[in-house]
Write a protein that binds this ligand. Structure first.
Ligand SMILES: C[S@@+](CC[C@H](N)C(=O)[O-])C[C@H]1O[C@@H](n2cnc3c(N)ncnc32)[C@H](O)[C@@H]1O
Length: 217
């Protein structure tokens, strides 16, 4: 079994908002992760969308329940490391939690407006595209991707041999930018020489996965 499913400690709830399963962002997410489809036009479309949402992002989302899956993944997912990147950090709602656990936290987002509106402004923040990150090979211990598009090759390039990818979907399978945990493990495995395994659980409306890269030699 590649994924160990833990019992739920934060009782599961179904999101009562519209599902994002038929959304444009879901299509973009699936195509980017599975077919490597990403280009300047898509990057601009996504950047513009989130630039527009940035000023109101924290107002509706900076609530305790948003942090519950992040805390749960950090506490029960056996994540280790010093240098962590919050990829697609938005306004830093998860970044502020990471700062309590890791020595070196970097927030990355394609949207400059999200960074301008960050609640984690004392953290290193970089405006960059997750498709092509400004980090050397094998330099990052942990990536957090919360409701963020997955670029398996780039994660694989930047992660250290024994690195982690924390994948969180805040509204479970209704999250517009969503891939199931099983697909994330399969995608990482098929873009890697290493073995990937995971620990996963539900937490309120969210699902989380801590995917671990284990070097084979
Ligand atoms: C749905 S929001 C999630 C924000 C934050 N992780 C949260 O949970 O509040 C997705 C974020 O990913 C960023 N993003 C999308 N595509 C990206 C890319 N290719 N590179 C970097 N950031 C990206 C967006 O600008 C946006 O801030």
């Amino acid at each position: 079994m590649k994924i160990t499913y833990l019992p739920t400690v934060h009782p599961q709830q179904k999101s009562d908002r519209a599902s994002g399963s038929d959304s444009r962002m879901r299509n973009i997410t699936r195509q980017a992760a599975h077919e490597g489809i990403w280009n300047l036009s898509l990057a601009k479309e996504v950047k513009d969308l989130f630039d527009e949402k940035a000023s109101e992002w924290s107002a509706t989302r900076n609530i305790p329940s948003r942090g519950v899956p992040v805390q749960d993944a950090l506490e029960r997912g056996q994540v280790k490391g010093k240098r962590v990147v919050d990829l697609g950090a938005g306004t830093g709602l998860a970044t502020q939690i990471l700062r309590n656990k890791f020595e070196n936290v970097i927030a990355v987002d394609i949207s400059q407006e999200m960074i301008v509106n960050s609640v984690a402004s004392r953290t290193s923040q970089i405006c960059a595209d997750g498709f092509s990150l400004p980090f050397p090979n094998n330099s990052i211990d942990v990536f957090l991707a919360m409701n963020m598009i997955l670029f398996p090759n780039e994660i694989e390039r930047c992660l250290r041999n024994e690195g982690f990818l924390i994948w969180i979907s805040s509204r479970g399978s209704d999250t517009p930018i969503y891939l199931p945990p099983e697909e994330v493990i399969d995608l990482m495995s098929s873009n890697s020489d290493a073995e990937w395994s995971g620990i996963s659980a539900h937490a309120i409306e969210a699902t989380w996965l801590v995917a671990k890269r284990s070097a084979t030699n």
